[in-house]
Ligand binder design. Structure first.
Ligand SMILES: Cc1cc2nc3c(=O)[nH]c(=O)nc-3n(C[C@H](O)[C@H](O)[C@H](O)COP(=O)(O)OP(=O)(O)OC[C@H]3O[C@@H](n4cnc5c(N)ncnc54)[C@H](O)[C@@H]3O)c2cc1C
Length: 456
């Protein structure tokens, strides 16, 4: 007997791996169809929302309001949350196929690209991911230590994540106290001796990836002055790039303002540097200096690349933060493209060579790479779900259309699965703790601590 997936008698069953923005937008797109659907969202953490909780900077609270939309999605019938479950470890991907008709992989890009230079792993050289995770209370980075006793720090990279890292280093503790920054990070930042933060880009001011508001924010910091190393000079090709983009025009105007600033007497300085690539991190047992090679730009407008000139400069610094992009991590049993660090796919249908893998889909950063803001993941997830719906007549219905045996399997492994109601209790406990401390929330920063809220 053939089965019609999506009928009230046999709802379409979809597993979503990852509860970041793309996972929630994929769930929402499925909810907007006329089909009967059961959506179970899995996350390796006991908490939902991915980088909205663990990436977005604590001093940008408005962006986190998007979780209200996710709350609504989670409140609808047919939505299940399996927090504290790592797909690929606790549940092999093949097992999901037994209980779900389709799986959408939305598990983000959680590791960093490497610079590939000597000294990259010296103490004092950190990834932006680790620093961001640490100040945001992500359990993976709770035990990470940041020695902030150096006066000079270098941030390598000129995107918004690099801007977040530089701004958190440059802000006074009073500017951060009333945010949801993790308590351990606030304590360490209160003792920070960092006075100068150099933000280094391999290309020029016209190619920096900051969005205009994020760059402008450096002009409004309480006790920090933003400056530029040297003058803002644009080649005719770069000037043409700026001419064609309102955002670039804004950024150049902002940087010209910073170039006119004088940091003398300021307690902190953020200095933007351009056309320099790190070639080595040096020091006796820990970071003492960053060796940079000067670059020039070559190529057509919009496609200019940095070409080394052979001229070197040295920046004495005790801290280096590498912020040059994220990569996804391969999941056992799922095709992976090691060149760009994501899942090969066509419009969200996972592919293995030239073949589409039936019933397997991807959305968000693991689908398209680590680019775009939270909202970018919505049309991206909608595109993926559209493919899934087109494929509906050809999907093989799963053998066991029921979530209960899977829940039993997890319990038999001693796993404490966090439901969405459990998360609401964790949420309430964090908010209560925060209220007592004059903050929007005081996060649990380890899995044990988060699960402990459920036993209180
Ligand atoms: C530091 C930083 C700051 C940012 N700031 C902003 C900002 O201010 N404004 C803005 O609009 N955008 C910002 N972004 C971009 C935005 O966060 C991303 O576009 C968005 O989070 C990507 O969504 P995603 O769902 O693909 O991945 P993610 O948000 O990374 O979600 C992936 C989820 O998958 C889970 N997961 C991973 N592996 C597994 C597994 N094996 N099993 C189960 N679950 C798993 C993770 O725990 C996570 O919850 C920022 C990004 C970063 C890195």
């Amino acid at each position: 007997m053939s089965v019609s997936l999506g009928e009230p008698s046999r709802p379409l069953r979809v597993a979503i791996v990852g509860s970041g923005p793309s996972g929630f937008y994929a769930a929402e797109a499925l909810q907007k169809t006329d089909l009967a659907v059961q959506i179970d969202v899995f996350d390796r953490l006991p908490t939902p929302f991915g980088l909205v909780r663990g990436g977005v900077a604590p001093d940008h609270p408005k962006i986190k309001n998007v979780t209200r939309v996710y709350e609504k999605i989670a409140s609808r019938d047919g939505f299940g949350f399996f927090g504290n479950v790592t797909i690929g470890r606790d549940v092999p991907i093949e097992m999901l196929r037994e209980y779900y008709d389709a799986t959408i992989l939305c598990y983000g890009a959680e590791t960093d690209r490497r610079l590939g230079i000597p000294g990259e792993d010296l103490p004092g050289s950190h990834t932006a991911t680790a620093f961001v995770g640490w100040y945001n209370g992500h359990p993976d980075y709770r035990e990470h230590e940041f020695d902030l006793s150096a006066e000079v720090a270098a941030v390598v990279g000129q995107g918004n994540v690099a801007a977040d890292v530089a701004r958190i280093l440059a802000k006074s503790v009073d500017e951060l106290r009333a945010t949801d920054i993790a308590a351990h990070a606030l304590d360490a930042l209160a003792e920070s001796r960092v006075r100068e933060v150099h933000v280094i880009g391999r290309r020029g001011p016209a190619q920096a990836k900051f969005t205009p508001p994020e760059l402008r924010e450096f002009g409004r910091l309480e006790s920090c002055v933003a400056t530029v190393e040297g003058a803002i000079e644009l080649s005719p090709t770069s000037a043409a790039e700026v001419e064609g983009s309102k955002d670039l025009q804004k950024n150049i105007a902002t940087l010209e303002g910073y170039a006119a600033n004088d940091a003398a007497g300021a307690s902190r300085e953020v200095r933007f540097r351009f056309l320099e690539s790190p070639v080595a991190i040096e020091g006796d047992g820990r970071v003492e200096r960053l060796v940079l090679e000067r670059n020039r730009l070559e190529g057509d407008a919009g496609r200019q690349r940095a070409v080394p000139t052979g001229e070197h400069v040295t920046l004495d610094c005790g801290l280096v933060f590498r912020s040059i992009g994220y990569r996804g991590i391969a999941l056992p049993g799922v095709p992976f493209d090691d060149r760009w660090g994501g899942i090969p796919n066509t419009a969200g249908r996972v592919t293995d060579g030239d073949t589409v893998v039936p019933g397997l889909y991807a959305a968000g950063w693991i689908k398209r790479g680590p680019s775009g803001v939270v909202g970018t993941n919505k049309p991206d997830a909608v595109e993926t779900v559209r493919c899934l719906l087109e494929d509906l007549p050809t999907l093989t219905p799963c053998a066991t259309p029921d979530s209960a045996p899977l829940a039993r399997h997890l319990a038999s492994r001693g796993l404490r699965v966090v439901s969405y109601d459990d998360w609401r209790r964790i949420d309430a406990a964090e908010i209560a703790r925060g209220t007592a401390a004059g903050k929007p929330r005081e996060k649990g920063t380890s899995v044990d601590e988060l699960l402990g809220f459920l036993d209180a």
